[in-house]
Design a protein around this ligand. Structure first.
Ligand code: ZN
Length: 141
């Protein structure tokens, strides 16, 4: 038996077991593999399957995925630029500075910096408003 990650033409991902790859081909061709979400029988193996077909359609899908990922990275990079231009980088003093501002010991100002997961959790527990943000590394920006 083989477990395939499948995707219907509407973009729903699902998994299905087949006796072997031929069984999948046969059933998919006969329209007997239906998406559990929408019932669509136009299904294909999803891109994360280890055997990525090089058919044109799949290549286009892969290209689309790459474009989406690039756009997302670009959005993160723009976001990072915006933060850098409008907020003060307090580096690893972030938890300390965020607390000072929260408790009125320092002037309120937009800051960003680093905190460990533990520190971030402690801040959240204290009700200090802060949020983790996606931060692309310089080489990605
Ligand atoms: Zn579907």
């Amino acid at each position: 038996m083989i477990l395939y990650d499948l995707q219907c033409s509407e973009g729903h991902a699902f998994e299905a077991w087949f006796k072997d790859s031929k069984a999948y081909d046969r059933q998919a061709k006969a329209g007997r593999v239906a998406c559990p979400t929408c019932g669509q029988t136009k299904v294909s193996k999803a891109l994360m399957a280890p055997n990525i077909s090089t058919s044109k359609k799949k290549q286009q899908a892969a290209q689309r995925y790459t474009n989406d990922a690039a756009q997302t990275l670009k959005a993160f990079a723009d976001f990072r630029k915006h933060i850098e231009q409008t907020c003060e980088n307090v580096g690893n003093r972030f938890p300390e500075e965020a607390r000072k501002i929260h408790y009125g010991e320092a002037e309120a100002k937009p800051i960003y910096g680093e905190a460990t997961i533990k520190e971030a959790k402690e801040l959240a527990d204290e009700g200090v408003p802060c949020t983790p943000i996606p931060w692309p590394k310089d080489e990605d920006a």
